[in-house]
Design a binder for this molecule. Structure first.
Ligand code: SF4
Length: 129
């Protein structure tokens, strides 16, 4: 079993009213970024982290504290949502930050294509976050 958490972008969820259902559907069906898991592998979703906001880089301690709390639940992988991986200019900074501080945790970026094709309406693809 692998314990996973999701790291989401509050600007996207607030502005687009995202319920997270597309990401959860991909998780259940091992699609998009969850294709890395074998269908027989059991996944336990242990938590959701919300980015503290742009530019959260200036307050990286908040992200570290959130991840630190997930250690209590033995998190192994943190999946960035598709929308975060589509919009966030800091996504790789955050990956380096988290993996540098927590070497036993792997960050998995969302799939850019999944965000464009599924959960974000085409008319909103140009929304500036
Ligand atoms: S820094 Fe990235 S993830 Fe955080 S609110 Fe801004 S766009 Fe979203």
């Amino acid at each position: 079993m692998t314990n996973i958490a999701i790291f989401s972008c509050p600007k996207v969820t607030n502005k687009l009213g995202c319920s997270g259902s597309d990401c959860l559907d991909e998780l259940r069906n091992r699609l998009g970024p969850y294709e890395i898991y074998d269908s027989s592998e059991s996944l336990e979703m242990i938590g959701v982290i919300n980015c503290p906001g742009c530019p959260a880089e200036a307050d990286s301690e908040r992200i570290i504290n959130q991840v630190q709390y997930l250690l209590k639940f033995k998190v192994e992988k943190i999946h960035f949502t598709n929308c975060l991986s589509f919009y966030c200019a800091f996504r790789y900074n955050y990956q380096v930050l988290i993996e540098g501080k927590f070497p036993n945790i792997e960050v998995v970026q969302g799939k850019y294509e999944s965000a464009v094709l599924s959960c974000i309406p085409k008319s909103l693809n140009s929304v500036k976050m």
